[in-house]
Design a protein around this ligand. Structure first.
Ligand SMILES: Cc1cc2nc3c(=O)[nH]c(=O)nc-3n(C[C@H](O)[C@H](O)[C@H](O)COP(=O)(O)O)c2cc1C
Length: 215
């Protein structure tokens, strides 16, 4: 009986202290209602104020897929990268934690617990607090390790590719009624430390995402 009790206690302890809370995403919805491409381009604009409405898991999946999800053969992405290096890693900051989006597995892999969105808002020197209103912020990290070179040209291509991911997010949000703004401001050092990035991996762009504030 005593032994049974200690096994039960061990199981309870293990479940209470389990570390990673990875999230399996539902498949992205390929039949979403959206504006036409021309209407999306005509109306896209940056938004810096958001409603408190959260995104559902389905909406989060759709958003990540639009940013850099699998487009074909598991080998291509919705955003193009130089020589298809796929060197942009996408991190999702929410109130609950920070996750890396893994396109092929279609999961959000937990990287840190808790609300770390203030690192996306900015640093001591300059911060944009409206970012804290957005339920989600996407951070694009350039991973030079995947570029086959680390010189000036590789960096330039990597930054272009981060911009491609960000622009996918800009256009997707506009087309489905979400809102966003592409940003370079963030606490890059703080984010690098949180995500344990190497010197060859660095945050380039971010997009806070939410619903428009009701009037
Ligand atoms: C590379 C880049 C960096 C930007 N960084 C910021 C930023 O840190 N903060 C911000 O509020 N807006 C930022 N913006 C948004 C621009 O200010 C905005 O796109 C521009 O004023 C044009 O407005 P529109 O997007 O509504 O057309 C950035 C845009 C780009 C393309």
């Amino acid at each position: 009986m005593k032994k049974l009790f200690s096994i039960a206690a061990a199981i309870l302890f293990a479940s209470c202290t389990s570390t990673a809370q990875d999230i399996k995403l539902p498949a992205a919805d390929m039949n979403q209602k959206s504006l036409s491409m021309v209407e999306t381009l005509r109306t896209r604009h940056s938004v810096r104020t958001y409603s408190s409405r959260e995104l559902s898991l389905q909406e989060l999946s759709n958003l990540c897929w639009a940013a850099c999800g699998v487009s074909r053969n598991n080998d291509f992405r919705t955003s193009p990268t130089a020589r298809n290096r796929k060197e942009i890693r996408l991190f999702v900051f929410t109130k609950k934690g920070v996750y890396e989006y893994l396109p092929v597995e279609n999961i959000l892999k937990e990287m840190a617990k808790g609300d770390q969105r203030s690192l996306v808002a900015g640093s001591k020197e300059f911060s944009q607090d409206f970012v804290l209103e957005a339920p989600v912020s996407l951070v694009m990290v350039l991973d030079l390790e995947k570029m086959g070179g680390k010189d000036e040209r590789a960096r330039m291509m990597g930054c272009v590719d981060a911009g491609n991911v960000s622009e996918n997010v800009n256009l997707y949000c506009q087309s489905v009624g979400l809102c966003t703004v592409p940003r370079a401001t963030m606490d890059s050092k703080g984010i690098s430390a949180l995500l344990k990035l190497t010197a060859d991996q660095f945050p380039v762009m971010n997009n806070p995402v939410g619903y428009p504030k009701e009037d």
